[in-house]
Write a protein that binds this ligand. Structure first.
Ligand code: FAD
Length: 474
C-alpha cells in the first residue's frame, strides 16, 4: 500500500524520462526503487520507524547536465516531487523521499573539471576520494572530508554533510572560504543555472537538496602534506583527554585528525582490534610525518603508549584509521551491538565536567567519542579549537533518548539532532530564512525534497497541514 502522501510517477512520464535518459537509466522495479530511495537513516531507531515505508515511485540516473535539465523539466511539468541522490551515505534520511515522486541519482555526473591554484571544480557526483587522489600529486588536498570519502560525492557532502577529517585544521563546510562557488540548477518550467559566489553559498550547504540542484562545485583545497597515522592508548581518561586536547591546540603540530574514543568503543573495531590494549581509551591521530617522532615522544612522556603507527603512503587509501572515526565509529558500534545509536554533540570549555555529569546521570548508556575541530566563528575572526563528538548511545526508548538530548542541552552541550529528517531540526541556532528565500527562487513549485523543511509554509504537498509531520501520524 502506498504510504501517506505518496505521489506516483505516471506511465507517460516514465516514457518521457526513458526517451531523454535512456530506458536503462529509468528504474521502476520495486526492489530497484526501494534501494535508490534509502540511505543510512537506520543509524537512528527513531528514523527507522518513521521512514521505513517511504520510497520514491521511480528513479532516474543521469550523467550529464543536459539530461538532468530535461529530466527536471519533465518532472516540473508533471509537478512531481524530486529527491536528489549522490552516494546516499547521509544518515538523517536526507535522501529519502517523503512524498514518493522521482529520485534523481546524479552520481554519474562525476567529472573533476579542474584543479587549479588550489581550487577544485567538479561535477556533483565526483567522489571525494577521487578529488583527493587527483589533487595530491599537484600539491593539494581536501581541506576536510567525511569518513565516507571513498563513496561520498562532493554534491552530497555539500548537500548533507558538515565536516570531518581535516576539520581540526580547516574547520567544516561552513568555514569561510572553503566553498568558493556553487552552480545550481533551478527546478522551473525551463530549468536554468544560477551561480552563488562564496558568501552566498551558505544557504545551499547542508540544505538536503531542497533549494536547488548543485551541478558544479568549486572548493578551495589545502596544501598537501605527508601524514602519519598513530594510535595512542591510555587507561586514565583524564590523561588521554588532556593529551588529545594538547595536540589539538598545538599550532606547532600540523594535523588532520584528533579523535578520542572511550573504552570499550575501540573493542568494536574488529579489523584493528590488535592495536587496542584492553581497558584502554584510544586517541587516533593523523599528524604531519615531520612531527610524528616528536608527538610520539610527548605521548610517552605523558605516560601513554603508542600502540600502532602507519607511516605516510601514496595514494592515500583505505584501510585507514579514519575508517574508525567520525560517524564510522558509530557504524562499528552498531555492527557489534544493533541497540547502539548516537548523538552529535558540541561540548563547551568545561567538557570535562559535562562528560562527568553525563556519565553520572546515564551510566552505561553513553560512550564518549570526541572529535576536535578548529573553526572560525565568523569571517575574519580568530580560529577556535573546539571539542565536539559523536557519543554512542545505548538506545532503549525514544523517551529516554529525548531525555539524554534534553539533559545535554540543559548542561550546555550543543546537540545537532540526528534523529530528525528535517533540515531545520538538525543544526541549532541557524536562521533558516536565507535557505527559504533560495528555495523560493530556485524551486518555486516546492518540488525539491518536499517536507524536509518542516517550517516551510509554501510546501505544496503538506495539503493544508502546517507541518509535514502529519505524514507520520496515524
Ligand atoms: P547523499 O547521502 O547522497 O546526499 C546527502 C544530501 O544531499 C541529500 O539530502 C541529497 O538530497 C543532497 N544532495 C545530494 N546531491 C546533491 C546535489 N547535487 N545537489 C543538491 N543536493 C544534493 N558526514 C560528515 O559530514 N562527516 C563525516 O565524517 C561523516 N561520516 C559518516 C560516516 C558514516 C559511516 C556514514 C553512514 C555517514 C557519515 N556522514 C558524515 C554523513 C554522509 O556520509 C556525508 O554527509 C556524505 O558527505 C554524504 O555524501 P553522499 O554523496 O552520500 O550524499
Amino acid at each position: 500500500m502506498p504510504s501517506r502522501g505518496f505521489v506516483p510517477v505516471s506511465p507517460s512520464l516514465i516514457d518521457s524520462l526513458s526517451a531523454v535518459a535512456g530506458t536503462e537509466n529509468v528504474i521502476v522495479d520495486e526492489a530497484g526503487v526501494e534501494t535508490l530511495s534509502k540511505d543510512y537513516y537506520w543509524y537512528s531507531p527513531v528514523l527507522t520507524k518513521r521512514l521505513a515505508d517511504r520510497r520514491a515511485s521511480a528513479a532516474v540516473k543521469v550523467s550529464s547536465l543536459n539530461v538532468l535539465r530535461e529530466v527536471v523539466a519533465l518532472a516540473v511539468a508533471a509537478r512531481v516531487p524530486m529527491t536528489v541522490r549522490g552516494a546516499a551515505t547521509g544518515n538523517y534520511g536526507q535522501c529519502i523521499p517523503l512524498y514518493g515522486g522521482l529520485v534523481i541519482d546524479v552520481g554519474g555526473m562525476d567529472r573533476i573539471l579542474a584543479i587549479e591554484d588550489g581550487v577544485v571544480t567538479a561535477e556533483p557526483g565526483a567522489r571525494l576520494v577521487s578529488i583527493e587522489n587527483a589533487a595530491r600529486p599537484l600539491g593539494w588536498e581536501l581541506r576536510c572530508y567525511p569518513s565516507t570519502w571513498v563513496k561520498a560525492t562532493i554534491g552530497g557532502f555539500l548537500g548533507g554533510g558538515s565536516g570531518g577529517i581535516g576539520s581540526i585544521s580547516w574547520g567544516g563546510l561552513l568555514e569561510p572560504g572553503t566553498v568558493k562557488r556553487l552552480t545550481l540548477l533551478t527546478v522551473e518550467d525551463e530549468p536554468r543555472t544560477i551561480t552563488l559566489e562564496e558568501a552566498d553559498t551558505r544557504p545551499a550547504i547542508h540544505a538536503y537538496g531542497t533549494n536547488g540542484i548543485i551541478v558544479e562545485a568549486q572548493m578551495r583545497l589545502a596544501p598537501a602534506y605527508p601524514w602519519d597515522q598513530m594510535v595512542i592508548a591510555g587507561q586514565s581518561w583524564d590523561r588521554v583527554l588532556d593529551f588529545a586536547e594538547e595536540i589539538a591546540r598545538d599550532d606547532g603540530v600540523r594535523k588532520r585528525l584528533v579523535t578520542l574514543l572511550e573504552d570499550p568503543l575501540p573493542s568494536y573495531f574488529r579489523p584493528i582490534k590488535k592495536f587496542y590494549p584492553p581497558d584502554h581509551h584510544l586517541i587516533f591521530l593523523e599528524v604531519e610525518s615531520a612531527s610524528a617522532a616528536a608527538v610520539k615522544a610527548r605521548a610517552l612522556a605523558a605516560g601513554l603508549t603508542v600502540s600502532h603507527t602507519i607511516p605516510h603512503h601514496e595514494p592515500r587509501r583505505s584501510p585507514m584509521l579514519s575508517d574508525y572515526t567520525w560517524n564510522h565509529t558509530t557504524l562499528w558500534a552498531i555492527k557489534a551491538d544493533p541497540s547502539y545509536t548516537y548523538v552529535q554533540a558540541g561540548f563547551g570549555p568545561n567538557v570535562r565536567e559535562q562528560i562527568r555529569e553525563l556519565q553520572a546521570r546515564f551510566p552505561a548508556e553513553i560512550l564518549f567519542h570526541l572529535e576536535f575541530t578548529k573553526n572560525r566563528p565568523a569571517p575574519g575572526a580568530a580560529p577556535v579549537v573546539g571539542c565536539g563528538g559523536i557519543p554512542v548511545i545505548k538506545f532503549t526508548t525514544e523517551e529516554r533518548l529525548a531525555e539524554i538530548i534534553r539533559t545535554c542541552r540543559q548542561i550546555g552541550v550543543g546537540i545537532a539532532d540526528p534523529h530528525s529528517c528535517y533540515v531545520n531540526e538538525g543544526w541549532s541556532g541557524v536562521d533558516w530564512s536565507p535557505h527559504h528565500r533560495l528555495k523560493t527562487k530556485a524551486d518555486p513549485y516546492g518540488l525539491l525534497n518536499p517536507g524536509k523543511f518542516s517550517d516551510y509554509a509554501a510546501d505544496p504537498f503538506a495539503r493544508g497541514q502546517a507541518d509535514p509531520r502529519f505524514l507520520f501520524t496515524a
